[in-house]
Ligand binder design. Structure first.
Ligand code: CA
Length: 251
């Protein structure tokens, strides 16, 4: 049975969610502020399978909670609840390390679909870890699009991206990736050599259709460059295509 932590200060909303999610068969706990969420999630790292995190909280807000979790190496999937019509909140949440988002108010059926999506992704990112096959930089990377199989290692430029373990490894360090970082990387690798418009990234990976400020995507790409490039300010692999978007090349 999957365990969900709801972080929401509006008690009627938290209780309503708990009631409905328990009826769907989840084990649910609620906390009313960010400090309590951080304490619980850092104390018992394996206890919850998904966190539903409201952005607007008293004290420490949702953005800070998720970035503090990631900084502390806690990579439980986080679904952020944002205010409708605030796409910059969505992007800020992804930048902070969230995995998915839902704008308030929402239908319960949409919420449970998103929760199940996060649980499924978490599972298939961890599938087949004993059955890994490395691809080298000269081999076409064949990430399977819809199968859900985690094709696990992608090796280039002295880096190994391990989609099974959600890690990027170099000789010096191992970086943990959020589900969203892994998905953006997968998307770029899948379109290797081709121009990926910002709009396509927004729609296909982030599920955003709004007319969104794309600077937040650029910030996200800057972070990925720190993982992928020897000199992040002079990228050789994750290239900017001026006025359009990005292009990933292995050579
Ligand atoms: Ca709130």
């Amino acid at each position: 049975m999957s365990a969900i932590l709801i972080v929401e200060d509006e008690k009627h909303l938290a209780d309503g969610l708990r009631f409905n999610l328990e009826a769907e068969g989840y084990v649910v706990e609620t906390v009313g502020d960010g400090e309590a969420a951080l304490a619980l999630l850092l104390e018992e790292r394996e206890r919850f399978d998904v966190v539903i995190l409201d952005v607007m909280l008293p004290g420490v807000n949702g953005f800070t909670v998720v970035s503090d979790l990631r900084r502390a190496g806690q990579f439980v999937p986080v679904l952020m609840l944002t205010a409708r019509g605030q796409p910059e909140d969505v992007l800020r949440g992804f930048e902070a390390g969230a995995d998915d988002y839902l704008a308030k108010p929402f239908d319960l059926s949409v919420l449970t679909a998103r929760i199940n999506g996060l649980l499924r992704r978490r599972q298939w990112f961890h599938l087949d870890q004993n059955n890994l096959s490395a691809t080298d930089a000269n081999t076409k990377n064949d990430v399977k699009e819809e199968s859900g199989a985690a094709d696990e290692l992608f090796v280039f430029n002295g880096r190994t991206i391990d989609f099974g373990a959600l890690e990027l490894r170099t000789s010096e360090q191992t970086v943990r990736l959020t589900l969203m970082e892994a998905e953006v990387l997968r998307y770029l690798l899948r379109h290797e050599g081709r121009v990926v418009p910002r709009k396509a990234l927004l729609e296909d990976v982030w599920g955003l259709h709004e007319d969104t400020d794309t600077r937040a995507i650029d910030n996200f790409i800057v972070r990925l460059r720190k993982y992928l490039e020897d000199e992040p300010t002079k990228p050789k692999h994750l290239l900017t295509v001026r006025g359009v978007g990005y292009r990933f090349v292995t050579q």
